[in-house]
Design a protein. Sequence first.
Length: 519
Amino acid sequence: MEDSSEVSGSKGLIRKHELVRIIIQCLYSLGYSKSASCLELESGISYKSTEFQLLESQILNGDWDGCINTINTIKDLLDETKAPSLFLVFRQCLLEYLNCGEDTLALNVLRKKVASLDVDKYKVHSLANSILSLKDVELSKINGTVVDDLRRKLLTDLENLLPPPITVPERRLEHLVETSVTSWIDSCLYHSSSNAISLYEDHCCGRDQIPTKTIQILSEHKHEVWFVQFSNSGQYLASSSYDCTAIIWKVFEDGKLTLKHTLRGHQNPVSFVAWSPDDAKLLTCGNGEVLKLWDVESGTCKHTFGGHCFIVSSCAWFPNSKQFVCGSSDPEKGICMWDCDGNEIKAWRGMRMPKVLDLAVTPDGEYLISIFSDKDIRILHLGTNAERVISEEHPITSLSISGDSKFFIVNLNSQEIHMWDVAGKWDKPLRYMGHKQHKYVIRSCFGGVDSTFIASGSENSQIYIWNRRNSRPIEVLSGHSMTVNCVSWNPKRPEMLASASDDHTIRIWGSSFSQRTAT
């Protein structure tokens, strides 16, 4: 018999007996029963403890008194585990008594033993109703094979319920390995891959996994570029400029972008664009002007919303690609919800809805988040109309939501970016610092696999990238010659980032790895 006090590992922190039990369990769960049995024989260590082996024998033989006694005598078994375990045993015992026509014994078990357990009384009542209402024809179907199956299910339920070392927690080795892999990923500042992690060596990504190199400069705009946003499929990029145009760019497989359409029609600079979730339509907001809806494939304007008296600051689509909301910088206009034909569906106006600076709808369509009165964030649950307001200490210039709808970030003119959770569990935000922002509207974004990163433009012509877990940037990208107003991370290509600048250009950034792959 193996010495249970023997340790393993270079630091002597692992009990060898426990490690072998867990390996045996893993072999059984993977279907390698012969290998597991051989390891048990060779090591002298059984996957099942002495107590559980005894329970297994008693249950499979229908020795209910012995089974109950074993559970009652297990050392250090807490009442919160003992009572549910006994309930499971009594339930099986009661069913088998009824199946054998022993109604009196079954009734005694229900009245005296089950009823006295410290378990949810609803469970007791439910058991009584379900068992005692069984018809004879249903009981007659419970033959010997079914009884054996029910007893083995009882064993499985007890195995999942009883604590170590009586049982080994289900899939324990896989859990330990996944915990290690998760720890590697959490400590890896540059991790941006959805691929499985190799177990052969400790994991650590290099900076070549994220966009740090300029791979293309787009210079078709004739003035300052204020906004860029990749489409949801990652196959297009839209940009807007002080030159009163927006441009739709096509992203090709090799990572290069070409101009698809130049959208003309605004009389003033175009300050904002928004892709429909299906990427078939694009909204553009003129600076102090109207909202326009464009067909992406043809590049034609399908509708102009609001007229000259409606000044739109930002807009956001709902998941169905049929309705959207827009916010106005005119306090009297508030927020409007429209369909694509120009019909107003709903509006939020009045004293409680002052000047709207920015807004967004979570990708799951549950929340409408808006920035108003410079420093206030309103989070509205669209299903219940419940709302929550967060007040920042400094003016907010922009808003961005993570792809999983769980978090959002706001840029402040105090040269900080704050990340909040949408559900409202956090009392304080996570803060990101290092970039320069004091006078202008700077827009940031989430990026990478699982929105691991945050990127932002800056007034010092650089781009800053943070890992969400760190307040200080892990990369600072140089290349633009003037303020970087907006950045967008390709949602389908974690290695691709776009940036828009007052220097009239858009830069496409790629990783060293993607450049090597392309060549």
